[in-house]
Unconditional design. Sequence first.
Length: 232
Amino acid sequence: MIMKNRLQPAPVNFRTRTGQARRARTRAKILSAAFALFDVRGVDRVTVEDVRARAGLARGSFYNYFVTYEEMLKALASDIARQINSEQSERFESVPNMAERLWSNVRYTILRAASDRSCSEILVRITPLVGPLNEEMRVHAERDLRTAVKHKAIDVPSAGVALDLGYGLATMMLQRALNSRIDAKELEAAGVMLLRAYGIPEVEARRISRLPLPQLPDVPLRTAIINNFRID
């Protein structure tokens, strides 16, 4: 009698893995095509059909991913936010001062997104429509704000309104960055205004807003985003 090895792993569904790999590669191809078009025409002058043609995909294949242009931009905005959130966690999750951590996250979002004009254009267009760009971003931001309120690091009547203030400020600064380079003094002033709105005393708000600027990664933002979908 032959005994079966109960520790033998279950057979791998290669068809499913192959499908997932193909989907990831196609998504990377779409992202690369979209960014190439954005660089030439700007986000507001590109259509979903332009991206499909640039990516070299059949309509049936492409529309399995995005049916409308707005839907595609929302997905791209979510991808941008997910990458920035990951980088923020690596840098600021261990900062004990909650007010410092909040401003560090907002400032990093502004600086990292502003490093890529097309990413800035996408966020400026989409953020006012949807607020948090994905569930991970919403949970990440709300958790920090509620923790700050609980520990009395900030004094706000509504965590939800405080969250909207942060998004609004970041969007406004990105809009300004589209017209000219980010000015360090303006960024500092924005920090003071946001922290004062969060109930931080002026002296402390000025100290936090003047903290050294973070060093951005060597990998460009769009490259990091596209690499998330590449499977070598």
